[in-house]
Design a protein around this ligand. Structure first.
Ligand code: SF4
Length: 244
């Protein structure tokens, strides 16, 4: 059984939308949002996947969520059927941290023969199982910076990041709060020897005003360092609404 994020009406968070971030920005996709994360970033835009009552984690919103309301368990077959209801050949599996449920994901993917492209949104701390390394599976790796509030040894796993670096189907997406973040990004790039063309910078923000303000200077940083820039299309289109 897989732990899936649950919407206010009790249904699992599986929805058809446009990919809002990264290298396939704008592509129609079915999103599957899983519960649980091994990090607890203080600006996380999906704290309902992990910041449950009676946990010690802190988030800038100061809100705790009821686990039973925010998460449900479904079999891989049930999830595959829900995904198949949409006329779409791309699936984005996100969270939380989806690679915490790799065993179940391998079973799910076997039941999605109509899907031509699968993207994982991962924080880059967990090495994927060999069965997840296929030409149709892509990894959007988002190593967390000091701005996440996480200790370095929790958020940066160089062994895992090197694994992703060596995969042709992986890009690195950094969430940037301010210009001080750049030094850390450049240090990670130098340590791992990642080509600039595989690095995407994206402003942190859950509202259009914050994103627009940060996008201005971040665009200049991308031009200077030959990084790609990513907006957050879903926030521009729908604000912080869930399942969009
Ligand atoms: S790694 Fe991603 S899902 Fe997990 S807490 Fe950080 S921002 Fe949220």
């Amino acid at each position: 059984m897989m732990k899936v994020a649950r919407l206010a009406d009790g249904s699992p968070e599986i929805f058809h939308t446009l990919q809002g971030e990264g290298q396939s920005l704008g592509a129609p996709a079915v999103f599957l949002r899983l519960s649980q994360c091994n990090l607890h970033c203080h600006w996380c835009d999906t704290p309902y996947t992990w910041n449950w009552e009676k946990t010690p984690w802190e988030h800038q919103d100061g809100v705790k969520f009821q686990r039973a309301k925010e998460s449900l368990e479904l079999s891989s077959q049930e999830i595959a059927e829900l995904i198949s209801q949409h006329q779409c050949d791309r699936v984005v599996i996100t969270g939380g941290e989806p690679l915490l449920q790799q065993k179940e994901l391998i079973e799910l993917i076997k039941q999605l023969p109509q899907i031509s492209t699968i993207e994982f949104e991962t924080n880059g701390t967990i090495i994927p199982h060999p069965e997840l390394i296929t030409p149709s599976i892509f990894f959007n790796v988002s190593p967390k910076l000091a701005n996440s509030g996480m200790k370095t040894d929790l958020r940066i796993n160089f062994e895992a990041l090197k694994f992703f670096r060596d995969q042709s189907n992986a890009v690195f997406k950094f969430v940037v709060c301010d210009e001080d973040d750049l030094a850390e990004i450049l240090q990670i790039q130098a340590t791992l020897e990642i080509a600039s063309s595989r690095i995407i910078l994206m402003p942190e923000g859950r509202d259009q005003e914050t994103l627009a303000q940060r996008a201005q200077w971040l665009a200049e940083v991308c031009l200077t360092h030959a990084f790609r820039f990513s907006p957050r299309l879903h926030v521009i289109l729908w604000g912080n609404e869930r399942a969009r």
